[in-house]
Design a protein around this ligand. Structure first.
Ligand code: BGC
Length: 880
């Protein structure tokens, strides 16, 4: 299998185990501010600090912390904040509570903790956070434009003590100082609703700015703004305290870069003959530059880009090269991904090399670009003719597996082309694997599908003339994303963009940012991204502030849907259960998601103590549920809607089925799947997310497994049998000019089921942020073992089970300070006993001895149930 996003489980566990200290609590690890490690700029005031206490003792709990914050990196003396010893178990998102933090300043901090036995840790390593430019008046410059290159020379008389630069732009920029690119981001800044909010990046450039002559320069790309403007604020402090500000204004020079055209969909053209050596350095005297034009601000607000930037993260080496026609060379990179290629060539000046990108090939080995629709996906490079030249585009990206090179001087070598994987740099935090290779292959598709579609917003696809933040696609794969990648800061920003886009009547768009595909208010199943991702993020990260910030927004969205409803149900529908095999009526899906919106808002009201809202929203839920059952349940036949699988799955999964209808709809669904579809699903994107968890939690895990492991149409396995390396948009195999992307992440929702129902790591309501975990291994069918793990904000959670000759081995890791209820399945065995780490725990239906960290054990018909505190456990169940 090609490159993977996660460490093998056993290795990850071993690394973690060896990182555990031997005795007393060790120093806190993983210090973060607003979910980010040492961010250069945050503007959430007060920023919140998180760390992970470490202890080798099971059941350890933090009893207190002490934080010191200072402006001085060398001596973090607590002159800005000395929290003192604060008695609390909280170590995630602790709000800063010291002296007022100053705009544009950097702060250093460290923390120590005490555990429940009173042991004190050492001080952590020092971490830092920068405060962004909080006030409009901190930005002294003007928005400037003119051409696609901007430059400014300045000189510094004195020794530079600190230099920090803030850059905002719409669409993309690349920043250069004194001949070098600053930082390693690409395609900055992240895509937001520009008119409402543009993000700025901050970089510490203390070492890049010289005493004497300097130049600061920008390349600009049209990005999603389809124009080019930028705003720059460079703050320099010299020895002796003197301050210099270099800001964008009419004194900057504007000109043309060698980039002759750039477009996300169409690609980039670069003419190396137009390079002007030294243009980004001091003392440049080149021609063709004029004064930059001052432009009105394109936005109402600036905010710090407090989320992972896009980066070029991996190299993809071509697997093979063919030449289907003279002068045409086609490379197979072996994997569909987002990014571009690095091209190497040497040849005569003026040679134009063209690189086209595609997901598919025709049988004759040439590129099939039909499904890219209007996206030309072509980069061209014109050689300057000076030895080996290396080119990577700056302001485009492509979704592809194959590239075609034409116009190459001579015959390219295998390494003339190298793939560069480009996406938001969300940290890989986990993974799933099992004894069933097909499931591992699906997991591969899920991870690559998701990362291919994280380009600062969650996109639908990565290749054709679309790549929008389609809201349904986003909520459908968001839980799978959160189990595999650290999504906290990414979704924090995107939720804010949804709120930015919300209309006065409460409507949200089908895509965020609202773009050319989003007219009017969203389909209820698309707009559901607002309440649902908010709620998933709250569950995963326990972030109450998110609920506070978005409660009004999701309440307004629910009100909007209610205004479109009569008798509890709504006919407001645009897409419904999209791309299904069997159609489900749109009013049914829309009413389900109207219920989901009211339900999430009611739950959020409960958490926030807004009891009047909670009551009103609960009442709304009741009315929707009543109306739904009246309108959509066919009492004669015993099914919802038109009897499709989707018509049953959605109301059952969202809790809309009346007690008297639930059982009948469930059996109807089972019959449909088993007798009418030979254990295949026929659902579209919405119901597919819920089908497998629904079956698994209602006693039909084996059927869920059967569906998941099919290899004929329609199934994930069918995609794999047909060569998929990422998830398709359709269950059907299609390769023509119609809508059939081969890299859509929405069916990646199955990645959530792997974690929750096969590895069996589940959240408990009220235990948000994995303070309370349920481990319920999904032992089924031929599966010999399965394992899932991911890094929560509290530390790693792991569930890894394996059948043994006489029972089951179950390895569990419970995050620091958390508790777990662990269901050790009896597998139908009698007279079961359970040991932990070789020590007897349970025998003859009673406790067989005390085990460190275990607080209670009991037995029911199916499981031995163990309650335990944090730590690493290995259980063995045996029976007859
Ligand atoms: C997108 C989908 C999206 C849909 C809306 C398509 O063009 O690619 O994934 O959700 O439109 O129905």
């Amino acid at each position: 299998m090609p490159k993977s996003y996660c460490l093998p489980l056993a290795l990850a566990a071993a690394l973690l185990a060896s990182a555990q200290p031997a005795a007393t609590p060790n120093v806190p690890q993983n210090l973060r501010c607003e979910y980010l490690t040492n961010p250069e700029a945050v503007d959430a005031i007060p920023p919140r600090l998180s760390w992970q206490p470490v202890s080798a003792t099971r059941g350890a709990v933090q009893s207190a912390y002490s934080i010191l914050v200072s402006r001085d990196p060398a001596a973090v003396a607590g002159d800005t904040w000395d929290s003192g010893k604060v008695a609390t178990s909280q170590f995630v998102n602790v709000p800063y509570a010291g002296k007022p933090l100053e705009s544009g300043k950097t702060y250093y901090w460290k923390v120590r903790t005490w555990d429940n036995a009173g042991h004190e840790s050492g001080w952590s390593a020092v971490a830092r956070f920068g405060i962004g430019l909080l006030n409009k008046s901190d930005w002294k410059g003007q928005w400037i434009a003119g051409g696609n290159a901007l430059r400014k020379e300045f000189s510094v008389a004195g020794k530079v003590v600190s230099a920090k630069i803030y850059v905002a732009a719409a669409g993309y920029y690349e920043l250069r100082i004194n001949g070098h690119k600053v930082g390693n981001h690409v395609l900055d800044p992240s895509y937001t609703p520009f008119a409402k909010r543009i993000l700025y990046n901050a970089y510490d450039v203390t070492r890049a700015v010289n005493s004497g002559g300097n130049a600061v320069a920008l390349l600009l790309g049209e990005g999603w703004f389809f124009d080019r403007v930028a705003l720059v604020q460079l703050n320099i402090e010299l020895e002796g305290g003197k301050k210099i500000e270099i800001v964008s204004d009419a004194s900057w020079q504007a000109g043309r870069s060698p980039i002759t055209s750039d477009s996300i969909y169409n690609g980039e053209s670069y003419d190396a003959r137009l390079e002007q050596p030294g243009w980004d350095q001091a003392g440049f005297t080149g021609e063709g530059w004029k004064a930059a034009a001052v432009k009105p601000a394109p936005t109402q607000a600036l905010s710090a880009q407090a989320m992972p930037p896009i980066r070029a993260l991996m190299e993809m080496t071509p697997k093979r090269m063919t030449s289907p026609k003279p002068g045409m060379f086609v490379y197979d990179l072996g994997q569909n991904f987002s990014g571009w290629v690095r091209l190497r060539a040497s040849g005569p000046r003026g040679t134009v090399v063209k690189v086209r990108h595609a997901e598919l090939l025709y049988e004759d080995g040439t590129l099939n670009v039909e499904n890219l629709r209007g996206a030309r996906a072509t980069d061209t490079y014109t050689l300057k003719g000076e030895g080996e030249e290396v080119f990577e585009p700056h302001f485009t990206y492509h979704g592809f597996r194959y590239v075609e090179v034409t116009g190459y001087p001579g015959t390219p070598a295998m390494d003339s082309v190298q793939g560069r994987v480009v996406h938001s740099d969300v940290k890989p935090i986990g993974g799933f694997s099992s004894s069933k290779e097909l499931l591992n292959q699906i997991q591969h598709l899920v991870q690559w599908g998701i990362t291919s579609n994280l380009e600062s917003v969650p996109t639908d696809c990565n290749q054709r003339d679309e790549r929008m933040g389609w809201m349904a696609d986003a909520h459908l794969y968001s839980e799978a994303a959160m189990y595999n990648f650290d999504m906290a800061a990414f979704y924090t920003n995107w939720l804010r963009s949804i709120r930015d886009e919300q209309d006065a009547d409460g409507g949200v768009p089908d895509t965020t940012p609202r773009a050319r595909f989003a007219h009017g208010a969203a389909d209820p199943s698309w707009g559901a991204a607002y309440p649902l991702i908010l709620w998933y993020a709250y569950q995963q990260y326990g972030d109450r502030r998110l609920l506070e910030q978005h409660f009004d927004g999701i309440r307004k969205w629910s009100d909007f849907l209610w205004s479109k409803s009569t008798g509890g149900t709504t006919d407001f529908v645009k897409y419904g259960d999209w791309v299904p095999v069997d159609f489900t009526p749109g009013p049914l899906t829309s009413t389900v998601y109207s219920y989901a919106a009211a339900d999430v808002a009611a739950k959020a009201a409960h958490v926030l103590g807004k009891s009047a809202d909670e009551q009103a929203l609960r009442q709304r839920c009741t009315e929707i549920k009543d109306g739904f059952n009246k309108r959509f349940f066919n009492a004669a036949e015993g099914y919802f809607g038109n009897g499709s699988q989707g018509s049953q799955v959605l109301p059952l999964a969202y809790g809309l089925a009346d007690d008297k209808n639930r059982g009948r709809a469930q059996s109807y669904l089972w019959n449909q799947i088993v007798y009418h579809n030979n254990s295949h699903l026929t659902t579209g994107i919405l119901a597919t997310k819920h089908l497998l968890p629904l079956l698994s939690r209602n006693g039909n895990l084996d059927l869920a497994y059967d569906i998941a492991t099919k290899t004929d149409f329609p199934s994930w396995g069918y995609m794999i049998q047909n060569g998929a390396t990422t998830l398709w948009e359709l269950w059907q195999k299609r390769e023509g000019p119609s809508m059939n992307s081969h890299n859509h992440a929405m069916f990646g929702s199955i990645g959530g089921w792997f974690m929750t129902d096969l590895a069996g790591i589940q959240l408990v309501e009220g235990g948000e942020g994995y303070e309370k975990v349920v481990i319920r291994p999904g032992v089924t069918r031929e599966l010999k073992w399965a394992a899932g793990n991911f890094e929560t904000l509290r530390g790693k959670v792991l569930s890894s089970w394996r059948r043994t000759d006489d029972g089951l081995r179950l390895e569990v890791m419970v995050p620091f300070g958390s508790t777990a209820r662990i269901f050790v399945p009896k597998l139908g065995l009698h007279d079961v006993s359970v040991s932990e780490g070789g020590k007897p725990l349970w025998q003859d239906k009673k406790s067989a001895g005390a085990v460190e960290g275990v607080t209670a054990v009991s037995e029911n018909d199916d499981d031995v149930v163990v309650d335990a505190g944090s730590g690493h456990y290995t259980f063995h169940l045996k029976g007859l």
